[in-house]
Every structure is written in C-alpha cells, then in structure tokens.
Design a protein around this ligand. Structure first.
Ligand SMILES: Nc1nc2c(ncn2[C@@H]2O[C@H](COP(=O)(O)OP(=O)(O)OP(=O)(O)O)[C@@H](O)[C@H]2O)c(=O)[nH]1
Ligand SMILES: [Mg+2]
Length: 465
C-alpha cells in the first residue's frame, strides 16, 4: 500500500492548490507512484542566485529543478528533489510545475527527441480539460487548441471590471482578495455574507479573528477567495505579532484588496496605516464603508467623503454597504470580480472555505466564549479540538478544551456549578449541528496554560501562523 507521492509546497500564503494538482498529474504521467518532492516559490533575487550558483547564469529565470535520486532502485520511496519557481518570471505556474516535475522524474527535453515537451503538453491539456469539467464549462472546441494558461502569475491589473454572471467566452476570473480593516469594522460579517455561510466567527469584541480565514465565493464564471485578516493593531505579544505578520504577508500575496471602514467611526490612524499597507502592496483595491444601516443620510455622506480622503490609488472606488443587511454588497462584489485576474478556479466551487474541520469547529466554540465573556477574558481564551469521533450511529463526538491563562479565568469559564461551560457547550453544539447536519455530542473541558499567547509551540499547534 502507498499513499502516493508526497509533495511539499513551500509557497508564500495563500495556498496554491492548483500547483499540487499539476504536480500530481505530472508525476502520474511520468509513472511515479511514490516519492517525495518539494516545490518552492521564490523571489527573483533568490532564483537569480541559484541560477548563478548552479548554471553560471547571472539572470533570474522561471524554474529550476534539482533532482536527487535517479530512476534506479532506492532504499525507500524515491527522494525526487526540489523545484524552485520564481512567479515573477513565470507566465504559467502550472506549466512550470509540470516542467520541473518531469525533469525530477528523469526527463530531459535538451537531450530527448521531443518526448518530454510532448508529455508536458499532454499533462497541461488534461489539467485544463479536468478543470473545465470541474466547473461545468463547455469542453474546449475540438479539444485540440492550446491549453489555457494558469492565472496566478500573469495577473493583468489593467482589465476593465466585468460584472459577475456575464459569461464571456469560456474564461473565468479567480483570485485572492484580502479584507483589510481595523478590528471590529465587520470584515468577518462581510465575508460570511459574500460566501453565503458562516465561515468566520463574529463578535462585538475587537480582535475576534486570529487567523487569516479564507472564504470561497463562486459564481457562474468567477471565484473570489476572500482572506479575512485579523484586524490590524499594534503587536503586543507573540499572538498579536503573528496576526500582524500574517496580515502583511497575505496582503503581499493577494490579487486585490478590500479596505473596509466602519462608517460609525471617524477615519483614524489605524485606517490610514491599513491604507498605506495596501498601497505598499501595489495591488488593486476598493474601499467599502460598512454599517451604513446604522447611519442616517448625512452621516453616510460624511463617512464616504472621509473615506475619499484616505491615501489610496485614485482609481479605488468607494462603496457604502451594510454587511449585516446585505445592502450595497452586490455592486461591491461586482467590482471585486473585476479586480481579479482571468484564470481557472483556485478551489473546488462547492467548498466555502479551506479551513480544516477542527479549526472550524474550534472557532464555533470560541464564538460562544466571546459571546459570554467580558474585558480581558475573551482574548485570553483559545479552543483546541482534541478529537472528532465519527460514531457509527451517526453522532459526531467532539472532544475539545478551552485554554485559559489563569486559575481565576478558569473558574469564570467553568462558572458556578459548571453553568458557564455548559452554556457555552450547548450553544456551540447547536452551531456545530447546523454546520455538519449531524447529531453532536460536545465534550468541553477547561484547562489552564499560563501565557499561552506567548507560547510559540502552542500557537503552531493551534494553526495560528
Ligand atoms: N450595524 C451593523 N453592525 C455590523 C455590521 N457588520 C458587522 N457588524 C457588527 O460589528 C461587530 C464586529 O463584526 P466582525 O465581523 O466580527 O468584525 P471584524 O472586522 O471581523 O472584527 P475583528 O475580527 O475583531 O477584526 C459585530 O458585532 C457585528 O455584528 C453592519 O453592517 N451593521
Ligand atoms: Mg473578524
């Protein structure tokens, strides 16, 4: 028995699932059923250095392959080697992955009689066909045309916006959109509204979102992967430092950004800081002024003109919206679709998020903690799912625990006679049942771990990158 080849993708977030698919297809085409390889996406100066060291060429290039084990017998699964790709110098990342993988598998287009490039074309055509099938798009005419190009690296930022639902040929648009905004402006509420289901938890407390949560919205011919960023703020500990670093990284790696403002509050230094970060990331952006349901007309007008004062690229449009009621969200969505590049879908259209099940469930429990606690306590609690048991009778048994930072926090969370933890458990169980459509038994325990927010190993384990 084999689990198939193991592929490590060392790409700056967000994840690039299409690259793994391309690597698997190329391995299968080369007849490699087992082995390990790594793919790294790097900056131009890194690939230029490698190109110089290994090939004596001074300039950056698109892809380099470093095979390890040859096709002969090995003691264990084959160590295929590494592929290094520079997206900045690559027109088609999928093609680069397939090219690199075929090299690692022992093919060489410089010495063969055209076999490697023929195999590469076949793999790419097959990938294009399967992603068209996946989307339910009509098959490419006659099947003989060139495979469509992948859309990640070749983002053309000058395209005119095109409203969703309006099909043009068989092309699709897809991309990552970073939701940037101060804590509590309504980023998670908006993400859930656009995705159509609860992916990110919401609370009246600032800094509710700790991880960059991706929500996937798919229309007839577009897909937006919305990255719900933790609200930007001054880093105070390892946890908030990670949240901040994550924000900067996600912004750099996104195709577009949405700067969200809270219409109920004046534009402040936090908003200006975010505007500067978005401008520095040099990605197209739009601005949305949220919570206009709570504003009268003059206040809405004032909030919109304050938004126009932010230092953002002049083409950034401004939209008044209410994430809570949905007002104004459709035109905003259409503008966002216009900002992402043409290209194939990045995730299966039926998936609303790429969050692992454990994290989604843990967040639903944490949402109930946030709803019931005050002051410092909401920030002092994290939830970890220990185990999810799938009972044959159809019940899902979820074992989880709440981390608190001190005994006194623990006793608040447990509550008199266990009342608080029971209330959290009952409400969270309802949410988990709604999400999974299963009967759920939730087993919650409260534990103390001093300074968990500074505990890098625990943060790793909790998936807070
Ligand atoms: N009135 C009104 N309230 C809203 C709207 N959108 C969000 N809220 C409320 O604002 C609060 C914060 O919403 P979240 O979606 O958690 O905000 P966030 O920006 O994700 O916050 P962090 O994760 O802490 O950065 C919640 O109480 C929401 O119910 C809106 O359109 N109108
Ligand atoms: Mg949030």
């Amino acid at each position: 028995m084999t689990d198939g080849p193991e592929i490590e993708l060392e790409a700056p977030a967000p994840r690039r699932p299409g690259l793994l698919r391309a690597a698997r297809a190329a391995l299968a085409a080369a007849g490699v059923g087992e082995g390990h390889l790594a793919i790294a996406l790097v900056e131009a100066h890194d690939i230029a250095r490698l190109n110089h060291e290994h090939r004596g060429k001074e300039e950056p290039t698109d892809v380099l392959s470093f095979p390890v084990d040859g096709p002969g017998p090995t003691a264990g699964p084959r160590e295929l080697g590494d592929i290094v790709i520079c997206p900045e110098h690559t027109a088609d990342l999928e093609e680069a992955v397939v090219h690199g993988v075929l090299h690692l598998c022992g093919h060489d287009h410089e010495t063969d009689a055209g076999e490697m490039l023929a195999l590469q074309s076949r793999v790419l055509a097959e990938l294009a066909r399967s992603s068209a099938d996946h989307r339910g798009a009509p098959p490419a005419g006659g099947g003989g045309g060139p495979p469509p190009r992948g859309g990640w690296a070749a983002a053309d930022r000058t395209r005119r916006p095109r409203p969703p639902g309006q099909r043009r040929d068989a092309t699709t648009r897809a991309g990552f959109v970073a939701l940037a905004g101060r804590p509590n402006v309504g980023k998670s509420t908006l993400l859930n509204r656009i995705v159509g289901t609860k992916v990110a938890i919401v609370s009246p407390r600032p800094q509710t979102t700790r991880r960059a949560i991706r929500g996937i919205a798919t229309g007839e011919d577009w897909q937006l992967v919305l990255v719900d960023l933790p609200g930007s703020q001054r880093p105070r500990d390892a946890l908030t430092e990670r949240m901040q670093r994550r924000t900067e990284r996600e912004l750099r790696d996104s195709d577009a950004a949405l700067v969200l403002l809270n219409g109920e509050q004046a534009v402040g230094p936090g908003d200006r800081f975010i505007a500067a970060a978005v401008t520095a990331a040099r990605i197209p952006c739009v601005v949305a002024v949220n919570k206009v349901d709570a504003l009268d007309h003059p206040r809405t007008v004032a909030a919109l003109s304050a938004a126009a004062e932010l230092e953002l690229p002049p083409e950034a449009e401004i939209f008044p919206i209410s994430a809570r009621t949905g007002a104004g969200v459709q035109p905003l969505l259409e503008a966002l679709v216009g900002l992402v590049p043409e290209g194939p879908y990045l995730y299966p259209p039926e998936e609303p998020t790429d969050l692992p099940a454990e994290v989604r469930l843990a967040e639903l429990v944490r949402e109930q903690v946030l709803a019931r606690t005050r002051e410092e306590l909401p920030h002092a609690v994290e939830v970890e799912i220990d185990e999810i048991e799938d009972r044959p009778a159809g019940t899902l048994v979820v074992h989880a625990h709440l981390w608190a930072e001190s005994e006194s926090q623990k006793s608040i969370l447990v509550g008199r006679g266990g009342g608080m933890v029971r209330a959290i458990g009952t409400a969270a169980r309802g949410e988990i049942e709604t999400l999974t459509g299963r009967r759920v038994h939730l087993d919650l325990t409260v534990r103390v771990r001093r300074d968990w927010r500074r505990d890098e190993a625990l943060l790793d384990r909790l998936g807070i990158e």
